[in-house]
Design a protein around this ligand. Structure first.
Ligand SMILES: Cc1ncc(COP(=O)(O)O)c(C=O)c1O
Length: 344
């Protein structure tokens, strides 16, 4: 049986792990007054992790504090990273490298990109912060991983010290970054005199694993609901529980998360990963027009659509409070202009 830790105990545990400060923290927690009223349910609060800085904000600013901390502690002088062409992860990792004064090589998979690739959105930002960008045909997964591993070996043989993307190393470190976010939420809710019944976010990986770990460590009563932007070829909830447990070990905490500790909701992915549907557009429009907050069409728009659907289904009373973590992703709006359904 795990015992509950205090906010201060978790802060002390976090201090034992190397961290390179990158994010603007704490991010604000704000009530969505107009949206809560028009949705007719609980008061929805938004944790503005789209305001973490590090080139247009997002969850990877927090992830990168611990990734960069580990990389620099190992004497790394170059990151070898990769994902999709419009990866938020790669944009913020490239920005972290710029700030830390080390090189960044990005291998961006064209495999899922339809049509001509414009230097826009995240890709434009990758170039602006000085990453060495290579567009590749390799598909995300074992193929792209092998390519990055080969490049890292090449660099090692040339006397460099690469820190390369490796799932088993990266995901627990990234998860640690979301423990402080929960500590901020707890303190900000206390200051506002509210006790949330649930925390919602877009995740099928490290971010949700970190939030679930912190919630379990603190013994929070509120549910953590991860709205998945995608499915993986493995059992995602089990994988997230393992990531959270590995993160707990890095923090020196004897906490184990089971599959049942992860609430993963895969009902809002349609039409498919990376492609927004009508509910996502509706959520994006609502937030933009009633709160002047921009969501993105791949992650946060779908997560907000999920939360609004839960409100519509009567899962909350009107005197309850719910926190939505805005994990960023907005630069992609500029690259997906033609897919946003705008009548302009
Ligand atoms: C904007 C945004 N939100 C949420 C996520 C989900 O992160 P994860 O599944 O790694 O927790 C991502 C991942 O790339 C993202 O870019």
């Amino acid at each position: 049986m795990n015992r509950a830790y205090t906010v201060n105990e978790l802060r002390q545990a976090l201090e034992r792990v190397p961290r390179y400060p990158l994010a603007h923290l704490p991010t604000p927690l704000e009530p969505l007054r107009r949206v809560s009223q028009s949705a007719g349910g609980p008061t929805i609060w938004i944790k503005r992790d789209d305001c973490t800085g590090l080139v247009f904000g997002g969850n990877k600013a927090r992830h990168n504090e611990y990734l960069m901390g580990a990389a620099l502690a190992r004497g790394a002088d170059v990151f070898v990273w990769g994902a999709t062409v419009q990866s938020n992860n790669c944009r913020q990792t490239a920005a972290a490298c710029a700030k830390a004064g080390i090189d960044c090589e990005l291998y961006l998979s064209k495999a899922n990109s339809a049509g001509k690739i414009e230097v826009q959105g995240n890709l434009l930002l990758d170039h602006l912060v000085g990453a060495k960008v290579t567009l590749v045909d390799a598909v995300i997964g074992p193929e792209l991983d092998a390519l990055m591993a080969a490049r890292a070996n090449e660099l090692r043989q040339a006397g460099r010290h690469p820190f390369e993307w490796r799932r088993d190393v990266v995901t627990p470190l990234a998860a640690i970054g979301y423990v402080p976010c929960v500590l901020e939420i707890v303190e900000q809710c206390r200051q506002n005199g509210v006790e949330p019944s649930a925390i919602y976010l877009s995740s099928a990986g490290s971010t949700g694993a970190g939030v679930a770990l912190a919630a379990k460590a603190l013994g929070l009563k509120c549910a953590v609901r991860c709205i998945a932007p995608m499915t993986w070829p493995w059992d995602t909830a089990t994988d997230m529980a393992q990531t959270a447990t590995a993160a707990a070990r890095l923090l020196g905490l004897p906490i184990t998360l089971e599959r049942s500790d992860i609430s993963l909701i895969e009902d809002y992915i349609a039409p498919k990963y990376g492609v927004p549907g009508p509910d996502c557009f509706a959520a994006m429009n609502l937030l933009a027009r009633q709160e002047a907050i921009l969501l993105d069409p791949i992650y946060t728009g779908k997560a907000m659509a999920g939360l609004l659907d839960h409100v519509r289904r009567g899962m909350f009373q009107s005197d309850e409070h719910v926190v939505f973590i805005h994990t960023g992703g907005t630069p992609v709006l500029f690259a997906m202009r033609d897919q946003l359904g705008l009548q302009v």
